[in-house]
Design a protein around this ligand. Structure first.
Ligand SMILES: [Zn+2]
Length: 238
């Protein structure tokens, strides 16, 4: 393959690469938005969990207090049964003190249980509201995430297709020429620029007459002095 043919082939490789680049750019916007929306869902979920954890915690405390209260009730029964066996005033007073202490503990527990029931009720209302909000937010955000993911997948499909075309397009190109193409950087994002009306197709700078001649002959790789693009003389160049 002549250098001239190689340069023409590079122009088609570049066409494919520009398509790839714009697809990759389109793809790059999606992941950030997807993770932002997923983070929104996770945030709402953890705030709801904080609330339900508190609710469960209160339930556990209440069950514990109720068990204590049952035990105290049993104890009180036993204490009261002992009154019939009391023989002295001293014994009576001591027993009376025990009964008072037990009753005091019971009313303390009852008070705590009532407090818990009140807070439980208000938390339950809050949980119900937040669950509804969370469900709405989750559905909305997840719907959008699915949409974005589908778009991303479709773009990836296109990328795969274009990449296959690139593979075919570079077939047979001289490896050194391909390497120069991969390392070069020209104006307007072009790496290889066709010469049009005597100007570099990337930066539009007029080529010196002598350089124009060399490019037309296509015997060596010429780089635009102004923008660094590889100069290619193709069918439309004149
Ligand atoms: Zn140029």
């Amino acid at each position: 393959m002549s250098l001239k043919e190689g340069l023409e082939q590079l122009l088609s490789v570049q066409e494919v690469d520009l398509q790839l680049k714009s697809l990759e750019e389109a793809k790059s916007k999606y992941p950030e938005e997807i993770s932002r929306r997923q983070a929104d869902i996770a945030r709402a979920e953890s705030s709801l969990k904080l609330l339900t954890d508190r609710q469960e915690d209160l339930e556990r405390k209440r069950r514990h207090l109720e068990r204590d209260l049952d035990a105290s009730r049993e104890q009180l029964k036993k204490l009261e049964a002992r009154f019939s066996e009391v023989k002295t005033n001293k014994e009576y007073d001591a027993l009376q003190l025990e009964v008072e202490a037990c009753k005091g503990k019971m009313s303390e527990h009852e008070g705590q249980i009532l407090e818990i029931i009140e807070s439980s009720e208000s938390i339950s209302e809050q949980v119900a509201l937040e669950k509804q909000d969370y469900e709405e937010l989750r559905q909305e955000q997840q719907g959008r995430v699915d949409e974005l993911q589908a778009k991303l997948d479709a773009l990836q499909g296109e990328v795969d297709g274009v990449q296959a075309r690139r593979k075919a397009a570079i077939q047979g190109i001289d490896i050194l020429l391909l390497r120069s193409y991969e390392n070069a950087k020209g104006g307007r994002g072009l790496t290889v620029a066709p010469v049009r009306k005597g100007s570099c197709g990337a930066c539009y700078r007029q080529l010196p007459a002598q350089m124009k001649t060399i490019v037309r002959r296509s015997k060596e790789v010429m780089i635009c002095e102004s923008c660094g693009a590889i100069m290619a003389w193709d069918v439309e160049s004149s």
